[in-house]
Design a protein around this ligand. Structure first.
Ligand SMILES: Nc1ncnc2c1ncn2[C@@H]1O[C@H](COP(=O)(O)OP(=O)(O)OP(=O)(O)O)[C@@H](O)[C@H]1O
Length: 327
């Protein structure tokens, strides 16, 4: 049995169906990316899973027990970080975490030990005596994440945690989440930053207008595209010297003359080459088409110094699954 089972979840706000028959399950130790554009129903679903809202219909089982019928029993197992988390002014990192540890009913040595271990895990120990208002956004977010970990929950619900973080803070967040999954926690992280999620998650669920359009392993979702035209892209770089522009133009023309090339665009110090292949074309045929182009460039004497295929990413899969209806 999965740690979390969501079955036919629906939430209506008047005539608006914000969540429409959403079903998925999540195992302990895995990270699910919940992807969808603004207004898709991500926060509403997460709020229901956090027992802050009740579904119009449907069921959620956490460790086999109904979270809808018995929210009090489920709450100790859940850590929820909303998209707009806050920290109090005029309190230090330690005071903030200690306050919430008290709220969770932790006492004496157990509380001190728990706060210390959460600060160590989130890398906050050196900042224990700093005011939370003096911290960077990335560090404040770690304080908020630390707060959700104090009671050692088994299910973590993080609403848009990567939003507004700089690249370094995102990488650090990713490492923290991976460590939490390795401890056996199940993590749901919502986002519209698709490429970020691909690196963090084991499975993902794509939601649009309240409905799940696809769920499954990230690799499987990335494979989706059968039946739709595939348009792989290649990137070509040339070692241009004084001849510069003339070489780029020659390369551009030569590529456009090749049978499977549908578009060539110069982007900075590279050419982006779009291939047009039949629907259902696999990676082997893309490789073969790329090899032909590389041979043509080299035999024309063009100084190719880099040549690579752009991998299909989660963003492409999202556009395929939603059929490009949403950006
Ligand atoms: N309390 C509410 N009352 C009425 N409508 C609501 C309420 N909460 C959410 N909605 C509506 O439900 C739909 C889904 O909203 P939700 O916040 O779940 O989307 P989301 O995917 O989290 O988007 P975002 O990334 O913008 O938060 C939206 O149309 C929203 O306006």
């Amino acid at each position: 049995m999965s740690l979390l089972e969501v079955k036919g979840l629906r939430r209506d706000f008047g005539s608006l169906r914000a969540v429409d028959e959403v079903s998925f399950s999540l195992e302990a130790g895995s990270i699910l990316g919940f992807i969808g554009p603004n207004g898709a129903g991500k926060s509403t679903t997460l709020r229901i899973l956090a027992t802050l809202d009740v579904p119009t219909s449907g069921e959620v089982l956490l460790d086999g027990h109904s979270l809808v019928d018995a929210p009090d029993r489920a709450r100790p197992l859940i850590g929820y970080m909303p998209d707009r988390y806050g920290t109090y002014d005029d309190v230090t990192v330690f005071e903030f975490l200690d306050f919430f540890a008290r709220a969770y009913g932790l006492k004496g040595a157990q509380r001190t030990q728990r706060v210390d271990s959460v600060m160590a895990f989130t890398g906050l120990t050196p900042l224990a005596d700093k005011l939370t208002t003096a911290l960077s956004k990335g560090m404040r977010q770690r304080v908020a994440l630390g707060r959700t970990l104090l009671h050692d929950p088994r299910l973590l619900l993080l609403d848009e945690p990567a939003d507004g973080l700089d690249p370094r803070a995102r990488i650090e967040l990713r490492e923290l989440l991976r460590a939490l999954a390795d401890q056996g926690k199940a993590v749901i992280i919502s986002s519209h930053i698709l490429t970020e999620l691909a690196e963090i998650c084991d499975t993902c669920a794509i939601i649009e207008q309240g409905r799940l359009l696809a769920t499954g392993k990230v690799e499987d979702i990335l494979q989706q595209g059968g039946g739709h035209a595939v348009e792989p892209e290649l990137t070509v770089r040339l070692a241009t010297g004084a001849e510069g522009d003339a070489l780029w133009t020659r390369a551009e023309r030569l590529l456009l003359e090749q049978p499977r090339v549908s578009r060539v665009a110069r982007e900075g110090e590279a050419l982006r080459v779009r291939l047009e292949l039949e629907p259902g074309t696999g990676p082997a045929q893309v490789d073969a088409a790329a090899a032909v182009l590389l041979a043509a460039l080299v035999s024309a004497g063009l100084p190719v110094c880099a040549f690579s295929a752009r991998e299909r990413n989660l963003e492409d899969a999202f556009m395929t699954v939603t059929k490009g209806r949403v950006a």
